[in-house]
Design a protein around this ligand. Structure first.
Ligand code: SF4
Length: 347
């Protein structure tokens, strides 16, 4: 992690990102949720634009203290599927392994905002127990390194974990979820790439980015270092009001990923994390944006729009649906094309 990271509201005021008169109100937010912004992200913000989509993602806002009854401290139900510390085992063939609760930069809409930046990371013994859990379950085909952000860890620590996972016969895929190539591109060094590239197993990196401006030249080069080393990359984005909830911005983001050789993977409907209602769109708005993407952009630019079902029931695609069965007669459908026109199909 870069030592120049801005930590806390006073540092944001000092850097000119926040007006001094907002300091007191933002201290209340920072007492509840972690605040940190890397120089790469601070440098992208326009302090004169109150609607700046980069600032909106990272600069705390008093709206975060407004909570809705439907919001939850554990919106995607990690705790319901945590058999041992550090593991979330929600689906039969894969587990999450949370290596740290630290991130390089804290997103204001984070779905794990009650734990990131606060709790300590799993101890050495807890990591041994988590790896033993994976080793003892032959159905686990894929391990997803998550957190927090696993790429804040040292190369040595990452190499140790990846090597131990790669040594488990039935683990074939090691996937890392990270925001670091965007928020701290200089961290993606050749040594880090070597540390996460598993021997005789497939390593995938999934990049979290939400606005096309995040894909700077430095971020694109950082991603290129993974891909040139034979590590495929996918994307995940959160649909966020005031950040990417318009067709032009969302389309530009998906194109930016594809231009970087990153396949768009997930567009997440924003989770019911506490104090994040100002970021959430409706599902109908999300479906409308997905229709606009399909109409205007290459098939390579199409992510799956998904909802993590509250309570820990996993992700489901939430449309839009282009195919409707007509009546009770078997095999008659109505299908919608990318222009919104309808056609019948015999099935
Ligand atoms: S990088 Fe991920 S885990 Fe960290 S604050 Fe952002 S959304 Fe949360």
């Amino acid at each position: 992690m870069t030592s120049n990271t801005l930590r806390g509201p006073a540092a944001l005021v000092g850097a000119g990102l926040v007006a001094a008169e907002r300091l007191a109100s933002l201290k209340h937010v920072a007492a509840r949720y972690a605040v940190a912004i890397t120089p790469a992200m601070a440098g992208l913000m326009d302090p004169d634009d109150p609607a700046d989509p980069i600032a909106r993602q990272f600069v705390p806002d008093p709206a975060e203290l407004e909570e809705r009854p439907e919001e939850r401290s554990d919106p995607i139900g990690d705790d319901a599927h945590a058999p041992v510390e550090g593991i979330v085992h929600r689906y039969p063939d894969r587990v999450l392994l949370k290596l740290t609760h630290v991130c390089a930069t804290y997103c204001r809409f984070c779905f794990r905002r009650e734990t990131v930046g606060r709790a300590s990371a799993p101890s050495r013994d807890a990591l041994d127990t988590a790896l033993a859990y994976i080793s003892g379950r032959p159905d686990i085909w894929e391990v997803i390194l998550s957190g927090g952000d696993p790429l804040v860890l040292s190369d040595r620590r990452l190499k140790n974990v990846v090597t131990r996972l790669a040594g488990i016969e039935h683990v074939k895929i090691i996937r890392l979820h990270t925001r670091v190539p965007v928020v701290d591109p200089a961290r993606i060094t050749p040594a880090l790439v070597r540390a996460v590239k598993a021997d005789r197993k497939a390593t995938y990196v999934v990049l979290h980015a939400n606005h096309p401006r995040e894909l700077t030249a430095a971020a694109r080069e950082a991603c290129g270092r993974f891909i040139d080393a034979g590590i495929p990359m996918l994307s995940q984005s959160v649909l966020l009001r005031g950040v990417n909830d318009d067709p032009a911005t969302l389309g530009e983001l998906m194109r930016a990923f594809v231009e970087c050789r990153i396949k768009p993977y997930y567009l997440h409907h924003a989770d019911l994390a506490r104090g994040t209602s100002h970021f959430r769109t409706t599902i109908a708005e999300g479906q409308s944006l997905m229709r606009a993407l399909r109409g205007r952009h290459s098939g390579l630019c199409q992510p799956a729009y998904v909802l993590d079902i509250p309570g820990g029931h996993g992700k489901s695609p939430i449309g839009p649906n282009y195919l409707v069965q007509q009546g009770k007669q078997r095999g008659r459908y109505r299908i919608e094309d990318f222009n919104g026109r309808h056609h019948s199909y015999p099935g």
